[in-house]
Write a protein that binds this ligand. Structure first.
Ligand SMILES: C[S@@+](CC[C@H](N)C(=O)[O-])C[C@H]1O[C@@H](n2cnc3c(N)ncnc32)[C@H](O)[C@@H]1O
Length: 218
């Protein structure tokens, strides 16, 4: 995504702090491009669970992906910021953001995204959310998860330090509850009949992030 487009999207949000965050995130985080690559060529709707301020939807639209986008997040401040941005961009017809907990998914099937969300749920809720996300996949849909995985390495420790500062800043309320292992992610998805692929997705960060892509056998 070019600089001009990043600036245009950032101006949809309020305040210099949030605009700076949006510019930086779009410039440095490879996850949105990774999602775009997985849903390319399909018109299926996308359900973005824990959508934050709806940046994935803005990114996809700017890159020419015009399928319906529904973002859910339990934080009313982020949903309001995201809704304002959608209105400013004139994207009300294709992008919707709603305040909801991840436990209350609407009846929609298509692609599903779960980006940097899972670890905010306690361990006991994670398999249920993964199974629920799998049920929201259509036969051609892709479930795309990005998360830090629990591993005994320095990247995992760097992640926990970053999470401490994020929580202290107030940007994410509640804080991290449980970082899943690769096995904990894989098991409920495979039990739901999905093929699962897990690969590192760190970009230029020191964090122990992985991309998990799951879909029905093709
Ligand atoms: C690190 S942010 C990621 C935002 C977005 N997915 C992205 O990558 O741009 C994690 C988001 O998950 C949301 N979240 C955490 N627990 C949630 C839950 N139980 N239900 C809905 N949203 C949740 C937080 O409010 C926050 O916006």
């Amino acid at each position: 995504m070019d600089r001009h487009t990043r600036q245009r999207i950032a101006r949809l949000y309020q305040g210099s702090l949030q605009r700076g965050y949006v510019r930086g995130k779009l410039a440095s985080d490879p996850v949105y491009a990774a999602v775009a690559a997985r849903i390319d060529g399909t018109a299926l709707p996308l359900l973005d669970i824990g959508c934050g301020i709806g940046l994935l939807g803005q990114y996809l639209h700017a890159q020419g992906h015009h399928q319906p986008y529904l973002g859910l997040d339990h934080d009313p401040r982020k949903i309001l910021a995201g809704q304002r941005a959608v209105q400013r961009a004139g994207l009300d017809a294709m992008m919707r953001l709603q305040q909801a907990d991840a436990a209350e998914l609407p009846a929609q099937q298509g692609h599903v995204a779960l980006l940097d969300v899972l670890h905010y749920l306690p361990a006991v809720r994670q398999p249920a959310l993964l199974r629920d996300a799998a049920r929201h996949l259509s036969p051609q849909g892709c479930l795309i998860i990005r998360n830090v995985l629990r591993e005994a390495n320095w990247r995992f420790h760097a992640t926990r330090v970053e999470e401490f500062f994020l929580h202290a800043s107030g940007w994410i309320s509640g804080g991290a509850q449980h970082y899943p292992s690769a096995g904990e992610l894989r098991e409920p998805l495979e039990q739901a009949g999905l093929e699962v692929r897990i690969e590192p997705l760190r970009g230029r960060t020191p964090f122990n992030s992985y991309l998990v892509v799951a879909h029905h056998p093709r």
